[in-house]
Design a protein around this ligand. Sequence first.
Ligand code: NAP
Length: 261
Amino acid sequence: MSAAPKFTEEKLLSIKPWAPNLFSFRMTRASGFTFVPGQFARLGVTRADPDNPKNPSGKKVVWRAYSVASPSNTEFLEFFSIVIPGGEFSPELARMRVGQPLYLERTNYGFLTLDRFEAARDLWMLCTGTGLAPFLSILGETNTWSRYQNLVVVHSVRYPNELAYADAIRAMSAKGDARLHYIPVVTRRKRAGFLDERVPALLDEGALEDRVGMQIDAASSRVLICGNPEMITATRRLLAARGLNPSRRGKPGQLAVENYW
Ligand code: NAP
C-alpha cells in the first residue's frame, strides 16, 4: 500500500490585486485540510526548470509558506501576498490564471494562535505588510469576538495604497460583542489622521496606546505580532520590559509572534 501524498492538488479560484506589488488570491480547499486561525499553509506552484540535466521534465514545484487569511469555516482558502521581484515563487503565482493548479500541503503550521493565551480583556494584533493575513483569519472567527472586549489591529505599511483590506476590516466593526479598533500606519507618506512612525517607536512613545485609548499590560493584554522580523524583535523587547512574554510549557504567556522572513 503506498502512502498518501503529502499534498493535494487544488485550483486557483480568484485573484484580487491591491497595489502593483500586492494581491490576494483564493484557491480550493481539500475537504480534509484543517487549520487554526493564525496558522500558515505550505503552497506549491509549478515553474519552469530549463537547462537542468537532472530534471528532463523542464518543470519543478516550488513551495512557500503562506498564512491563511480566511476563517476556518470557508470552503476556499484565501491568502495575501507580496510580489518579491526576482523571487522563485510569488512572481509565478502573480502570473497564474484562474483554474490553474496549485498544491497544498496536508499539514498546517505555526503557533500564532489564540489557544496559547489565557483569557484577557484585550487582544492586540500588530503587523507589517502581508503580516496582516493571519489577523484577518482570526477576526473572521466568531469566537474571537466573544473572547475579548477589545480587538486592536495595527497595520503598518510604507504607502497608503498598501492598506489592503482596510474597508473589510472597518466593515467588521459592527460584528460581535468586542469593540474593534483598526489603526492603519503609513510610514512613508504623511496623511492627515494616520500615524506615520514605525510600530516600536509608536509603542515606545505611547502614541499607539494614546490613539487607541488603552494601555498594553500583562494583566489585560494579549499581543500577536506578525511580519517584518526586525519590527518583531524591537516590539518584543519593548513588551518584555512591560512584563509580556511568550508562552512556555506550563506557563502561559501574553505574546505570540510569526516572522515572515
Ligand atoms: P517592510 O519593509 O516590511 O515595511 C512594511 C512596514 O514595516 C512599513 O511601515 C515599514 O516602515 C515597517 N518596517 C520596516 N522595517 C521595520 C523595522 N525594522 N521596525 C519596525 N517597522 C519596520 O515592507 P513590505 O513591503 O511589507 O516588504 C518589503 C520586503 O520584505 C519585500 O520586498 C521582501 O523582500 C520582504 N518580504 C518577504 C516576505 C517573504 O519572504 N515571505 C514576505 C513579505 C515581505 P518604513 O517605511 O519606515 O520602512
